[in-house]
Design a protein around this ligand. Structure first.
Ligand code: NAP
Length: 329
């Protein structure tokens, strides 16, 4: 398998803009450097951070492709100089610093994982960004253990559907919040033990009535911050991965002292190549067996042709999806 020298990729016209600014362009196919592999993209995942990047708020880290796209699945088309775990033709899924919205993508070979048996490229492309994020934040920073309770917001988001399933696979209980009765019902179907519709219910009261939470995965911030601290059990941990309702909040420090709470958070994309390689090994050891056993299922809400990336972004921004959106070149 040899790659053509030019390929189709998606660019943001003018550098930043609305979904309609996403345009298909022809660019040079990347060439894998030492330690890298070139993947012929079978499908690329679409994530909320891609929208932030399109709007100009989330620039790629140094060395990453300027093209959008944090995850792909496909076949290894070429291998850079030096030893590699991979061979041309291997089916892989990979976490990228950028460059997924294209026919070919290069990535550090250590950030690729074998596609779990039974999954096609679309399903596999929906995994890396959310699985790595949930693993790092819920299980490493949040240290969620079997028998504990995870509270998460945005239940039907790509992150939400992944976090519900991974926490259940680890033997934890899950309280999930969503905006709307239909989304709360979806959360129960996916495996949440309790689903709270925050448009009609007070999540703090409902979570406390359920026994409280040991860990909270928060992508909302704003007024959810104090409400979250209120429903944590003693020794509880709250982990921030975003702040869609506001990043500057007022909280009661006394609650943190009284209950010995931990507030933490992280981002995935700027981590070092070695750190992402470490995470990839941990994800393959812990999460891949859950996927193979069917305990964690991929949830692709909808797919769009690569050239219709603008429609994919508009769909994600409408908030109508349950699970992941993917692009197919
Ligand atoms: N830190 C990291 O490393 C990292 C990595 C990946 C993703 N993220 C972040 O994680 C979040 C989810 O990503 P995704 O790709 O899964 O996105 P997504 O599928 O687009 O989901 C976004 C979710 O946020 C919810 N939401 C937005 N504003 C809200 C508000 N004011 N109150 C309550 N809920 C609100 C939405 O609820 P509705 O459905 O009701 O609209 C939706 O469930 C994003 O904010 C993303 O930037 C962080």
């Amino acid at each position: 398998m040899s790659a053509p020298s030019r390929m189709i990729a998606i660019a943001v016209e003018g550098g930043a803009g609305p979904a309609s600014a996403l345009q298909a362009v022809e660019i040079d196919t990347p060439v894998p450097a030492a330690g890298q592999i070139l993947i012929r993209v079978g499908a690329a995942g679409v994530n909320r951070p891609d929208i932030l990047q399109r709007l100009g708020f989330y620039p790629p880290p140094p060395g990453a492709s300027a093209t959008l796209g944090l995850e792909v699945a496909g076949e290894v088309a070429a291998i850079g100089p030096g030893p590699s775990r991979w061979q041309v033709g291997d089916r892989v899924t990979a976490l990228l610093g950028g460059g997924g919205y294209a026919q070919y993508a290069v990535v550090d070979g250590r950030h690729a994982l074998p596609i779990p048996a039974g999954l096609d490229a679309m399903a596999a492309a929906s995994l890396p960004e959310t699985v790595f994020t949930v693993f790092a934040n819920v299980f490493e920073h949040g240290a969620l253990k079997a028998g504990e309770t995870l509270l998460l917001h945005g239940a039907t988001s790509g992150i939400g559907v992944t976090a519900i399933q991974m926490a259940k696979a680890a033997g934890a209980r899950v309280i999930a919040t969503a905006r709307g009765a239909d989304k709360a019902a979806s959360a129960l179907k996916i495996g949440a033990d309790l689903a709270i519709d925050t448009t009609t219910q007070d999540f703090t009261a409902e979570a406390l009535a359920f026994g409280g939470a040991d860990v909270i995965l928060d992508m909302v911030g704003g007024d959810f911050a104090q409400k979250g601290l209120d429903c944590l059990k003693p020794g509880g941990r709250i982990v921030y991965i975003a702040f869609q309702a506001g990043g500057r909040v007022e909280i009661d420090l006394q609650k943190i002292m009284q209950k010995r709470l931990t507030i933490t958070g992280s981002t995935l994309r700027p981590r070092s190549a070695d750190e992402k390689a470490r995470l990839a090994q941990a994800v393959e050891a812990t999460v891949w067996p859950w996927i193979t056993a069917g305990q964690v299922r991929t949830m692709v809400d909808r797919s769009f042709p690569l050239a219709e990336a603008a429609k994919a972004h508009a769909w994600l921004e409408s908030g109508s999806h349950v699970g992941k959106v993917v692009l197919v070149p």
